[in-house]
Design a protein around this ligand. Structure first.
Ligand SMILES: [Mg+2]
Length: 231
């Protein structure tokens, strides 16, 4: 049982709702568009390279992803691309922004159980407008005291969040599907963290070592977090 928690923060993408599969689906279509120029796995690597190079400049989210896809098309085609391909890329991005929200199993039930007993917060990266749209359409807004759309999830970003919330790290619990973003920085500043793995993880969020910490818990599904809390 995790004691003395007052604020529970939830990651959003692939913790509350489906996200990464939409990116992978778009990437697959994107790579097919470029098949005349390079094999699909190389197109995927080129896109990832562009995304990583642009991360500091653009941050996370679909708009950044569209710009990186466009830049990759121009680079791999030597700027000689048919404008129809550029048009398709923009269309793919807009389709992602209009995807319906698919809540993950157990999410609403868990929020209901915890609501009123803890201050519940969303702490997510991504585009401001896109995340606001997803929250609105998710029907989950009513459970949360505060929504924080963060430019990144490093230690300094969590310090800022906790300061805004007036919460000390030992009373803070973060839940999410990314060890790199939702767990490691939170443990590093003295908070508690629960990892809820999702079956697909973006390459950038993957880490290849085990986390061991007395304030760290791992569960197989979001419902299991209730066993660690006192709702
Ligand atoms: Mg996530």
């Amino acid at each position: 049982m995790i004691q003395q928690i007052s604020v529970i923060a939830f990651d959003a993408d692939d913790t509350l709702w489906v996200n990464e599969p939409y990116f992978q689906e778009t990437e697959d279509k994107f790579c097919s568009l470029l098949e005349d120029y390079l094999p699909k796995h190389s197109a995927s690597q080129e896109l990832f390279k562009t995304e990583m190079a642009n991360l500091d400049l653009y941050g996370y989210g679909i708009k950044a992803y569209i710009l990186s896809m466009l830049e990759t098309v121009l680079r791999v085609t030597g700027n000689s691309v048919n404008p129809e391909i550029l048009h398709k890329v923009i269309q793919y991005g807009q389709e992602m922004m209009n995807k319906p929200i698919e809540l993950l199993d157990g999410v609403e039930e868990v929020l209901q159980a915890l609501s009123g007993k803890y201050r519940l917060v969303v702490a997510t990266k991504g585009d401001l407008r896109d995340q606001e749209r997803k929250l609105r359409n998710s029907g989950l807004e009513k459970y949360f005291h505060h929504i924080e759309i963060m430019s990144d999830k490093k230690e300094k970003d969590y310090h800022k969040l906790l300061k805004n919330l007036g919460c000390s790290p030992d009373h803070f619990l973060m839940l999410g599907n990314s060890l790199k973003s939702d767990v490691i920085p939170v443990l590093a500043i003295g908070g508690h963290a629960i990892h809820i793995p999702y079956h697909i993880t973006w390459e950038h969020e993957r880490i290849d070592y085990n986390v061991e910490d007395p304030r760290f818990y791992k569960v197989d599904s979001i419902r299991e977090i209730l066993q660690h809390l006192n709702p």
